[in-house]
Design a protein around this ligand. Structure first.
Ligand code: HEC
Ligand code: HEC
Length: 242
C-alpha cells in the first residue's frame, strides 16, 4: 500500500512536470501585446514599423516573420536580446527594444505575435531579393539539404530538428520554412561566424559551420517558399505551431 502511494506521488509529479513543459511559459495578455505591437511603448517603436502590419517580416529591412512563430521561442528570443545573450549586430536595435520592455510586456507582445496567421505563408519575392542586391541560390539543391543533409560534408538535415520542410517543432525549434530569405541568410552566417550564439548546446553553430555561402543561399531559396504540408495531407500537426 505504501509503495502504491509513493508510486502515485511519483506519477503525479511526472505528469505535472510534463504538463508544464508541454504548455511552456505562461501566455501573456493579448490586448496589451497587440497595443505594443501596433503602437510601441515609451521609447520602444511600434513593432509593425519593421516587422510589418501582418508580422510577416521584410526583405528590404532584413527583419524576420514573427507571425505564428511559437510563443516559447519568441519569449526566449526577447529575453536573449534583453540580456545580451543574442546580439542584434545591426546597431543593436532589438537589444534596445527588448530592454525597453518589461518581462511582462515581452510575454504579452510574444502572445500577440504568436496568435497571428499561423498557416499563412508569405514567401520572399525572389525578384525583389535580387533587386536588393542579394545573391540567390538554387531551390532543388536547398531542398536536398533541408530533407537529407549532406553526410559526407557533416551537414545534418534541417528536417531532423526543424520538422518537415522547416515548419517548426515547438517549443525549441522555430519555423524556418516560410521565413524571409534575407533573414535566413543573415542568421545562418551569424551562426557560422559565432556572432549569434544563443542556441542551446551550440546546436545551430555545429550545423552552420560546414555550410558554404552557396549552401546557405540554396537552403534559404528553398525554405522561404517551402510548402508546410505533405502532399495529400493538408493538416499541420497539432503540436506546431501553437
Ligand atoms: C527598427 C526596426 C525594428 C523594430 C522597431 C523592431 N524590430 Fe524586431 N527585429 C529587427 C531586426 C533587424 C531583427 C533581426 C535581428 C538579428 O539579425 O539578429 C529583429 C528580430 C526580432 C526577433 C527575433 C525573431 C526570430 O525569429 O528569432 C523578435 C522576436 C523581434 N524582433 C520582436 C520584435 C518586437 C516584439 C518588436 C516591437 C516591440 C520589434 N521586434 C521591433 C528589427 C526591428
Ligand atoms: C540539432 C538540431 C538542429 C538542426 C539539425 C538544425 N537546426 Fe536550426 N536551430 C536549432 C535550434 C535549437 C534553433 C533555435 C536557437 C535559439 O534558441 O535561438 C535553431 C534556429 C535556426 C535559425 C534561426 C531562426 C530564427 O527565427 O531566428 C535558422 C535560420 C536555422 N535554425 C536554420 C537551420 C537550417 C537551414 C538547418 C539545416 C541546414 C538547421 N537549422 C538545422 C537546431 C537545429
Amino acid at each position: 500500500m505504501r509503495f502504491i502511494t509513493k508510486l502515485s506521488v511519483v506519477v503525479t509529479a511526472l505528469f505535472v512536470a510534463s504538463a508544464a513543459f508541454a504548455s511552456g511559459p505562461k501566455m501573456g495578455n493579448l490586448e496589451n501585446g497587440k497595443n505594443i505591437f501596433k503602437n510601441g511603448k515609451g521609447d520602444v517603436p511600434a513593432c509593425v514599423s519593421c516587422h510589418g502590419d501582418d508580422a510577416m517580416g521584410s526583405d528590404a529591412m532584413g527583419t524576420p516573420r514573427l507571425a505564428g512563430q511559437g510563443y516559447p521561442f519568441l519569449v526566449k528570443q526577447l529575453e536573449d536580446f534583453a540580456t545580451d545573450k543574442r546580439m542584434d549586430t545591426t546597431m543593436f536595435i532589438m537589444n534596445v527594444n527588448a530592454k525597453g520592455l518589461s518581462a511582462e510586456d515581452r510575454r504579452d507582445v510574444s502572445t500577440y505575435a504568436n496568435s497571428l496567421s499561423k498557416d499563412n505563408t508569405a514567401p520572399s519575392d525572389m525578384k525583389e531579393v535580387k533587386d536588393l542586391g542579394n545573391a540567390v541560390g538554387i531551390r532543388y539543391l536547398g531542398k536536398a539539404i533541408v530533407t537529407f543533409g549532406d553526410v559526407d560534408r557533416g551537414i545534418p538535415s534541417c528536417y531532423s530538428c526543424h520538422g518537415f520542410n522547416g515548419r517548426g517543432a515547438a517549443p525549441v525549434y522555430p519555423m524556418i520554412g516560410g521565413q524571409k530569405y534575407v533573414y535566413l541568410v543573415s542568421q545562418l552566417k551569424k551562426w557560422r561566424d559565432g556572432s549569434r550564439a544563443n542556441d542551446p548546446m551550440a546546436q545551430m553553430q555545429a550545423v552552420a559551420k560546414n555550410l558554404t555561402d552557396e549552401d546557405i543561399q540554396n537552403v534559404a531559396t528553398f525554405l522561404t517558399s517551402a510548402p508546410r504540408t505533405t502532399m495529400g495531407n493538408a493538416r499541420v500537426p497539432p503540436q506546431y505551431p501553437h
